[in-house]
Write a protein that binds this ligand. Structure first.
Ligand code: PA5
Length: 490
């Protein structure tokens, strides 16, 4: 089986010059940091309690019990056989991985054409915004009797998902009646949260109602595609085992201590050198594939929420030997590269102008696909394009973009996928997860929490008078109102 390959040539000085390229001395200076990151990650990953407490259980998801996978695949097939539509509710980590998987692995225009879907349901993602337009149109047009609902929220408390679920629940109940809960599966924490309480109450009254899949402890939303995303893969007819086999293959490669053998470590090391020493705070992910654009969106969340942090991480070793990570409030870091998702060739006629001639403050990561499942040949008598394959033109455009960047001394690298298959996509996702974990180690922050997200939530809760908001949080909001000068609203 061929594997994903990584081409890091254009990150180095011999390609893009010494001001913007990495030198051997840069690598040498980070070797100890990588060795420390490796031994720390391995130590944490070796023990289940540490893994779960610190949020690294995701690393074990490729090794799930085959019986669990079979049961999920069966449930997915059952939903697919009975329903025309699935509404999938969730946001952030409870949405982006699913969308990425569908766009990468299901046939293009999946919802539009039944032949591509092979009779499986159309999927509508909702609950990922509070914009009323899309959900209104959807609920006006779908037939509730032919629609299944999957509601995904690890916490079971997220406003966007909750609000959408309340509307969808009323819509289903009105048209389907008392047994509407048989058309709902909830994917949520096994014990806590409002969604879990609803599941318990509904399924106690009717065991076929509100079936649920537990989210595993110690797996954060953005690292959970191989947990919360599995039912969705099963519904759209993707072989989960293939995805997990790819992830396992990458997990093996990413367990090597050798910097030049471990793609996740090398990617993270070069990114941190570029960020810290070469002043490149922006990272642009540019798959040359329409289907992988959503994977770039998923990576944006993974990197931004994981590494964009205010405080350094303090590792406390408890008497039991277990670790605890706490924010070190005496060490303000405000670190994290800014990710931007683009796609070739579409964005060569857009942000690429800035990549080439704007500030030299970014690193571009391409994803190049070597073989497409469908290719097209341009008709003859069409000048220089005559008889050329679309896939070949796309690869050439990627190579040309690489050349144009190198000419302007802009560092870049390429991830080379033999094809966009379930196996290689599984490899890709695990690679990014491990690279992000390693980047977190090198930056000295906690890559598995997201305290910054609380600010907007608390403000909304305060304004909506949600019970239980801590008094100090309410006081902070009162003391710091938004200041608006009328003269500046024009
Ligand atoms: O990565 C994360 O933890 C977040 O992006 C969450 O996935 C997101 O906030 C949604 O949370 P929940 O699944 O609890 O509704």
């Amino acid at each position: 089986m061929r594997k994903i390959r990584f081409d890091f040539n254009n990150m180095f000085g011999f390609s893009v010059g010494s001001t913007h390229g990495v030198a051997d001395a840069d690598i040498r200076s980070l070797k100890n940091g990588i060795a420390r990151a490796h031994s720390h990650l391995r130590r944490v990953l070796a023990g289940k309690t540490n893994r779960v407490n610190l949020g690294l259980e995701w690393a074990m998801l490729p090794y799930q019990d085959p019986r669990t996978i079979q049961a999920i695949q069966r449930l997915g097939n059952e939903i697919a056989a009975k329903f025309d539509n699935v509404i999938s509710l969730g946001i952030g980590g409870s949405y982006l991985g699913l969308k990425a998987a569908q766009d990468a692995l299901a046939p293009a225009y999946y919802n539009e054409f039944p032949s591509g879907r092979k009779g499986r349901p159309r999927i509508y993602f909702e609950g990922n915004n509070l914009d009323p337009e899309t959900l209104s149109v959807l609920l006006k047009n779908l037939d509730p009797k032919k629609t299944f609902v999957v509601v995904i929220s690890k916490s079971g408390e997220t406003t966007e998902t909750k609000a959408a679920f309340l509307l969808v629940q009323r819509w289903l109940k009105r048209r389907v009646g008392a047994r509407y809960g048989r058309q709902v599966v909830a994917v949520t924490d096994p014990s806590s949260g409002t969604l879990r309480s609803i599941v318990k109450a509904e399924s106690a009254a009717d065991p076929k109602s509100f079936r649920s899949l537990p989210l595993l402890k110690g797996v954060g939303g953005r690292y959970s595609e191989f947990n919360m995303g599995l039912l969705h893969l099963a519904v759209i007819g993707i072989d989960i085992n293939e995805v997990l086999a790819g992830a396992r293959s990458m997990a093996r490669r990413c367990s090597s201590p050798g910097l030049f053998k471990n793609p996740a470590y090398l990617y993270a090391a070069l990114a941190v050198i570029q960020y810290r020493r070469k002043r490149k705070p922006i990272t642009i992910l540019m798959p040359f594939s329409e289907g992988l654009k959503s994977t770039a969106d998923w990576y944006c969340q993974l990197l931004a929420e994981s590494t964009g942090k205010k405080f350094a991480r303090k590792v406390v070793i408890k008497p039991s030997g277990l670790e605890q990570w706490v924010p070190d409030k005496s060490s303000v870091k405000n670190v994290g590269r800014t990710p931007i998702a683009t796609r070739g060739t579409n964005d060569l006629h857009s942000v690429q102008q800035n990549n080439i001639e704007g500030e030299n403050d970014k690193v571009v990561t391409f994803i190049r696909v070597e073989k497409f499942s469908h290719d097209l040949r341009i008709p003859r008598n069409a000048g220089f394009l005559s008889g050329k394959y679309y896939g070949r033109l796309l690869s050439l455009a990627q190579e040309a973009t690489e050349w144009a960047l190198v000419r302007e001394k802009r560092p870049n690298c390429a991830i080379i996928m033999p094809e966009v298959s379930a196996f290689h996509w599984g490899e890709l996702i695990y690679f990014f997860e491990m690279a992000t974990a390693c980047e977190g180690e090198l930056l000295g922050i906690n890559a598995f929490d997201q305290p910054g997200v609380e600010g907007y939530k608390n403000y909304m809760y305060y304004k909506l008078r949600k019970p239980g908001l801590p008094p100090d949080v309410a006081a902070l909001i009162r003391q710091h109102p938004l200041r608006k000068k009328p003269s500046l609203v024009i």
